[in-house]
Design a protein around this ligand. Structure first.
Ligand code: PEP
Length: 239
């Protein structure tokens, strides 16, 4: 993907259907943005056949293990065989509901990279951490715990998602997004050889997308709720 393009990634979570996939076959080519859709595992095959070619397919998770007796798990190499190019790792729902620690996230990132997938690593503070003025401290520790431990020449994408903004309709203001993205960028630049795209996620929609995308160091969007509505998602893709 070209560095100057913005990346729009859709996280369908445990939602969607074959019908929705068919509706999304009508998405129009985004002029400036690279589009990635991350449906549930069971829709990965149909995503590949139904969605237009310009859309890349991502998964929402992968196992930290490569293979073996891990009932119910799916490895990064299995995803790669399904023509998946990206994988979300460390989404806040995985961190809180499935107890994923930075150590687990680091293992998942490593196995994804080994299978030639681009990890989209999610970081962000909870409301209580924000209220305690600990946002930058939390980001620092999440980056140190996973991203800063992979090889500096690897290709990754980071998604900054304040947990309190996910699915709530709440959002940090422009200055807050500017400040956190600059902080993340500076920290990533100290470690990585190349420019790492930093997506913003949390209640992004077709009305606020162009404002958020115009903020310095915002390399794209990770979209949850609004990515399930064809009309809205098409507008975001062409933002
Ligand atoms: C998400 O879950 O990654 C997300 C950004 O959700 P929403 O857009 O619904 O806030």
């Amino acid at each position: 993907m070209k560095n100057n393009n913005k990346i729009i990634a859709a996280n369908w979570k445990m939602n969607g259907s074959e019908e929705l996939m068919k509706e999304f076959s009508q998405l129009t080519r985004a002029k400036r943005n690279d589009i990635i859709i991350c449906p549930p595992f069971t829709f990965l095959d149909s995503a590949k056949t139904i969605l237009p070619d310009f859309i890349k397919i991502g998964a929402q998770n992968c196992s930290e293990e490569e293979k073996g007796a891990f009932t119910g798990e799916i490895s990064a190499s299995m995803l790669q065989e399904k023509s998946v190019s990206h994988v979300l790792i460390g989404h806040s729902e995985r961190r809180t509901l499935f107890n994923e620690t930075d150590d687990i996230i680091l293992k998942k990132v490593k196995t994804a990279i080994k299978s030639k997938l681009t990890p989209i690593v999610c970081i962000g503070e909870t409301l209580s951490e924000k209220e305690a003025n600990k946002t930058l401290q939390v980001l620092d520790s999440q980056i140190n715990g996973s991203l800063a431990k992979i090889e500096p020449n690897e290709q990754v994408i980071v998604a900054y998602e304040p947990v309190w903004a996910i699915g709530t309709g709440l959002r940090p203001d422009e200055n807050e997004i500017k400040e956190t993205h600059l902080y993340i960028k500076t920290k990533l630049n100290q470690h990585f050889d190349t420019d790492i795209p930093i997506l913003y996620g949390g209640s992004a929609n077709s009305e606020n997308c162009s404002q958020i995308l115009s903020i310095d160091n915002v390399g794209g969007l990770l979209v949850g709720g609004a990515s399930l509505k064809k009309h809205d998602f098409n507008a975001i893709c062409n933002c």
